[in-house]
Design a protein around this ligand. Structure first.
Ligand SMILES: [Zn+2]
Length: 348
């Protein structure tokens, strides 16, 4: 790894300027577009942040990876929500998005980060692990799968795994994905999940600073995944407490208002309430979104390095065939059939 770094440093020196220009050029276009669009044409709640985070992670990559990812940036961004859509079709999917850290005693919680998946199954039991979420182990498992896909130069897998690992990494940064009280249902704050991860980014992300620098090699992916959920969990106190505090200052009709979302009049947290809450959180949502972008870039880069830095230039030519397109569309329709009841994260 050490020999690789000076080479990248030189290549990146010129390349970073180019990327910065791209970001400066592209971001205002995105912003202008989303501001101009009426509410009912905006993406569904909950999807905005995932798409934005995956898209921005592309700009952290070194030149050897950037061309390939840039060419597929729309795929990586638009499909950032696939993992959520699969939750109703596959029983195993839902636990991949969260971990209830408060389900475990202090002593077990301290040991969990050191367990491989197999050790965790032996010590805690598979059923219990699935019941309380497995996001840090799943990120690590995805890391291996993506490395394998790079090794085999399997374009379809590289794209789908890059997209999905981006989703899980972003989820691991959300404080409410690390607790049993995931939607405030245990503290009389129902709806707070969608408030934090959807309403706030939709309202304020246009003003966030998303320039996070270049992707760096991650030597300890599993440790990083655990640090991420532990850190997100440490922010949970303020997420819940500030909303509670504001409740005493806002009557019900001031706390909520009605907006047209996807053609439907929907009750949302009012602009005033959202703005106050956002101020109290002191850039917390921005920090977590930035950290997600950086970590996704780091993991994509690490997988590519661990796979022996395959040349991605020839893969740029890849276009899905008509059959592949059809297959994907059919598969997506299947996902939306609600076979399983899962946590409704974005109740708001
Ligand atoms: Zn999710």
């Amino acid at each position: 790894m050490k020999q690789i770094i000076p080479l990248f440093a030189r290549l990146r020196k010129n390349f970073n300027l180019l990327k910065l220009l791209l970001v400066i050029g592209i971001l205002p276009t995105i912003c202008a577009f989303s501001l101009k669009r009426p509410l009912w044409q905006r993406p569904l709640w909950g999807f905005f942040a995932h798409k934005r985070i995956n898209r921005l992670a592309v700009f952290t990559l070194p030149p050897e990876m950037f061309g390939f990812y840039k060419k597929n940036i729309d795929y990586i961004s638009e499909n950032a929500i696939n993992a959520d859509q699969r939750r109703y079709a596959f029983k195993q999917e839902a636990p991949r998005h969260f971990i209830d850290l408060d389900n475990y005693s202090d002593s077990v919680r301290k040991q969990l980060p050191g367990y491989s998946w197999k050790e965790a199954v032996d010590k805690v039991g598979e059923d219990s692990l699935y019941a309380h979420g497995i996001v840090p182990w799943h990120i690590n498992s995805m890391k291996y799968q993506l490395t394998e896909a790079f090794r085999k130069k399997d374009v379809k897998r590289i794209l789908s795994l890059s997209t999905d690992i981006g989703h899980y990494i972003a989820d691991a940064h959300v404080p409410l994905h690390t607790t049993r009280n995931y939607n405030g249902q245990l503290s009389n704050q129902i709806g707070i999940h969608g408030f934090w991860e959807s309403r706030l980014p939709e309202m304020f992300a246009e003003n966030y600073d998303f320039f996070v620098g270049q992707a760096t090699y991650e030597e300890f992916p599993q440790k990083r995944a655990w640090q991420t959920v532990t850190h997100a969990n440490a922010a949970l106190d303020s997420v819940l407490l500030f909303e509670k505090q504001l409740n005493s200052q806002f009557s019900e009709d001031k706390k909520f208002s009605f907006e047209e979302v996807n053609g439907v009049t929907t009750r949302v947290y009012s602009k005033e309430f959202s703005t106050k809450y956002h101020q109290m959180l002191k850039n917390q949502v921005e920090r977590q979104m930035r950290a997600s972008v950086k970590m996704i870039g780091d993991f994509w880069f690490t997988c590519w390095v661990d796979a022996g830095q395959p040349d991605l230039m020839p893969l740029k030519k890849y276009e899905p065939t008509k059959e592949e397109d059809e297959e994907e569309k059919t598969e997506k329709k299947q996902w939306l059939k609600r076979i399983f009841e899962v946590r409704k994260e974005s109740d708001n």
